[in-house]
Write a protein that binds this ligand. Structure first.
Ligand code: NAI
Ligand code: ISE
Length: 337
C-alpha cells in the first residue's frame, strides 16, 4: 500500500518533509499540495517534480479522495482548523508542532478524533525518534542511573527574526522540551517558574532572551531548561539527566575532532533541519509504516499535543507573573492509553 499525502503549507519544513517522502522514505508519495502562497505550492511541485495537484486551500485538498493523509506544515495558528477538518473527513494527519496554539483548540481535535473511534493524528515531536534521546530513555527505563533527580537542558538557536517575541520561546521552541522531558522520565509536570537572566544585546525590544524555565514534576524531579534563541554560535541541544546512581547525557553530534592551528575543535550544526534530520526521517517512516501495519499511527498523539498546550499555557502565565505556576494535567482518557 502507498500512503498518499496531501501537504498543507509548503514553507521550510513542508519542503523538507516533501523532499524526504519523495526521495528517501518508502511506502508513501505526495499527491497534493496547498499553500496560502500559491507560488510556494507551485514551486515545490516543480522543484521535486511531483505528480501532484495544487489546491487553492486545505478544504479542497482534504476533499480529494486520492488524499489518504494530510501533512500539516502551515503556521501554528492555522493548524487547528485543518486538523479538525481532516479528522472529520476520516483522513490521517501528521501535524507539525504545535498541534494547536490553545489548549481548547487541542481539546476540539481530541474530541473530533475520539468521535471517529480510532487514532488518526500524529504530532511532530520528532525528538522521541532521535537516537540520542531514545538511548537516554532506555538508560532511564533500565534504571542505569537509578532514580532521576534533576534534568539540565539547553535549547539554543543561533538567531531569530523580528516576529519572534517572548511568548514564542514557549510556543515555538520550549514545546520540544515540554514534550520530551516528561516522556523521558515517565512523569507529569506539577509546576513551572520562569527566571529572566541578563538580556543579550542581540535580542530585539519585544523579546526577553535568554529565559530559564524551572519545572517540578509530580514525582519531585526538577528540570531546568535554558532557552536562548540568539546564541549566535550554532544550533545546540543539550540534555543531562542526573540520577542517584549516575548521570546520563545526550551525545554530542557525530563529528571529527580536528587538530589544527594549535586548536582542538569539532563541528556544531546551525539548524534544526540538520540536527534532527534522522529523527524526522524515522518519525515520518514510522507514521507511514504503522498506518500500513495497524491502520493507526503509533507516534505522539493528539493527547500528547494537548498536554504540551496545557503546560505551555502555564509557562506563559509564569513568564508574566514571575511566580511558580501550577500545571494541572488532566486524566488521560482510555482512548489514548
Ligand atoms: P514557514 O513560514 O517557512 O512555512 C509555513 C508555510 O505555511 C508558508 O509557506 C505559509 O504561506 C503557509 N501557510 C500558512 N497558513 C496557511 C494555511 N492556512 N493554509 C496553507 N498554507 C498556509 O514555517 P516553517 O518553519 O516551515 O514552520 C511550519 C510549522 O512547522 C510550524 O508550526 C513550526 O512550528 C513547525 N516546525 C517544526 C520544526 C520541528 O523541529 N519539528 C522545525 C520548524 C518548524
Ligand atoms: C522551530 O520551529 C523548531 O521547531 C525548532 O526545532 C526549534 O529549535 C526552533 O526554536 C523553532 O523556532
Amino acid at each position: 500500500m502507498t500512503l498518499r499525502f496531501g501537504v498543507v503549507g509548503t514553507g521550510a519544513i513542508g519542503r523538507e518533509h516533501i523532499k524526504r517522502i519523495t526521495n528517501k522514505l518508502s511506502g508513501a508519495k505526495v499527491v497534493a499540495v496547498t499553500d496560502v502562497n500559491q507560488d510556494a505550492a507551485n514551486s515545490v511541485v516543480e522543484e521535486f517534480q511531483l505528480d501532484a495537484v495544487v489546491y487553492p486551500d486545505d478544504k479542497t485538498l482534504i476533499a480529494d479522495p486520492n488524499v489518504d493523509a494530510v501533512m500539516v506544515t502551515s503556521w501554528g495558528p492555522a493548524h487547528e482548523a485543518t486538523v479538525v477538518a481532516a479528522v472529520e473527513a476520516g483522513k490521517y494527519v501528521f501535524c507539525e508542532k504545535p498541534l494547536a496554539t490553545t489548549a481548547e483548540g487541542c481539546v476540539r481535535i481530541v474530541n473530533a478524533e475520539m468521535k471517529q473511534g480510532k487514532r488518526l493524528v500524529q504530532v511532530g515531536f520528532m525528538r522521541r525518534y532521535d537516537k540520542g534521546y531514545v538511548e537516554l530513555k532506555e538508560a532511564i527505563d533500565n534504571h542505569v542511573i537509578g532514580e532521576p533527580l534533576m534534568i539540565h537542558a539547553v535549547h539554543r538557536n543561533p538567531g531569530v527574526g523580528e516576529n519572534y517575541v517572548t511568548e514564542m520561546a514557549v510556543n515555538d521552541t520550549l514545546v520540544h522540551e515540554i514534550d520530551v522531558l516528561h516522556w523521558l522520565v515517565n512523569d507529569d509536570y506539577k509546576s513551572v517558574q520562569v527566571v529572566y537572566p541578563k538580556k543579550t544585546k542581540y535580542a530585539h525590544a519585544k523579546l526577553r532572551d535568554p529565559q530559564l524555565f524551572i519545572f517540578e514534576t509530580k514525582g519531585g524531579i526538577v528540570a531546568q531548561v535554558e532557552v536562548f534563541v540568539n546564541c549566535r554560535y550554532g544550533y545546540d541541544i543539550q540534555c543531562e539527566v542526573v540520577g542517584d546512581e549516575g548521570v546520563a547525557k545526550l551525545p554530542e553530534i557525530n563529528s571529527i575532532a580536528l587538530r589544527k592551528n594549535e586548536m582542538l575543535s569539532s563541528k556544531i550544526l546551525n539548524d534544526w533541519k540538520y540536527r534532527f534530520v534522522d529523527a524526522y526521517d524515522v518519525e515520518i517512516q514510522d507514521f507511514i509504516d504503522s498506518i500500513a501495519k495497524t491502520g493507526e499511527p503509533n507516534g505522539p498523539t493528539s493527547w500528547d499535543g494537548y498536554i504540551v498546550a496545557v503546560t505551555s499555557d502555564a509557562c506563559i502565565k509564569a513568564q508574566e507573573t514571575g511566580l511558580k505556576e501550577t500545571i494541572e494535567i488532566p486524566e488521560k482518557p482510555e482512548f489514548y492509553k
